[in-house]
Design a protein around this ligand. Structure first.
Ligand code: IYR
Length: 229
């Protein structure tokens, strides 16, 4: 079967518009923060649905879209997830994490207690599909699975922020309890656990700085191609 190609319709902005849009987008995403203090204020399933569809627009290896987003608002399941996560995190904070790691986490004030896993109205648990299973139960390969699912998660966090909600990229470790609690098939592995909702009133975040341009960009510029136009 040969692949069918369709025209791509470019979006055309003037150079000024492009710079303005880029600046406005930077201002918006620069305001995003990981929040650990959630309100129990509800968020509609319709909103979560659209945010996940945005995430699922991410590019993926051979367009396999090797992800499943589990959207959990059921308090019984949230409680089970909290209890299992806290059990693992207790062990992490009491011996499994190195002194260097614990010192690096000091500024964030984290500990083994994860109340947000019950308070946040939604938990989105992202699963990566190590491989696909076709109708006959045959294994089908996926490619660049970590890169693909990481990209989808980046889009998801940006969509959540754009909608006016907050999130936390939470990585309880190990995470296999999520596969069990959510009864996921054997080809799926938990990738990230993302509580989503509104911040608690008066919520605070650590006073962090982002690296400036000269620490994150190395330019390798030739002659300016726009100079003589
Ligand atoms: N998973 C633990 C520890 C933790 C690790 C990193 I790296 C962080 O940036 C934050 C926390 C926890 O969730 O507390």
């Amino acid at each position: 079967m040969s692949q069918k190609f369709i025209p791509y319709t470019p979006v055309n902005f003037s150079a000024d518009e492009m710079q303005q849009r880029a600046d406005a987008f930077f201002t918006e995403v620069d305001h995003r923060r990981s929040v650990r203090e959630f309100s129990d204020r509800p968020v509609t399933a319709a909103l979560i649905n659209t945010l996940i569809l945005s995430a699922s627009t991410a590019p993926s290896g051979a367009h396999k879209q090797p992800w499943t987003f589990c959207a959990v608002s059921d308090p019984v399941i949230k409680k089970a997830i909290r209890e299992a996560a806290e059990k693992e995190e207790y062990d992490n904070y009491h011996g499994r994490m190195s002194d260097e790691w614990l010192a690096d986490l000091q500024p964030f004030g984290t500990d083994w207690k994860k109340p947000f896993l019950e308070i946040a109205p939604w938990l989105i648990i992202v699963f990566k599909k190590a491989y696909d299973l076709d109708e006959n139960g045959q294994k089908r390969k996926n490619y660049y699975v970590n890169e693909s699912v990481g990209l989808a998660c980046g889009v998801l966090l940006t969509a959540i922020h754009h909608a006016g909600l907050v999130s936390l990229t939470h990585t309880p470790s190990p995470m296999n309890f999520l596969q069990e609690i959510l009864n996921r098939p054997e080809n799926e592995r938990a990738f990230l656990l993302i509580p989503v909702g509104f911040p608690q009133e008066g919520a605070t975040v650590p006073d962090l700085q982002r690296k400036p341009a000269d620490q994150v960009i190395q330019w390798y510029t030739g002659p300016d191609p726009t100079a003589s136009r």
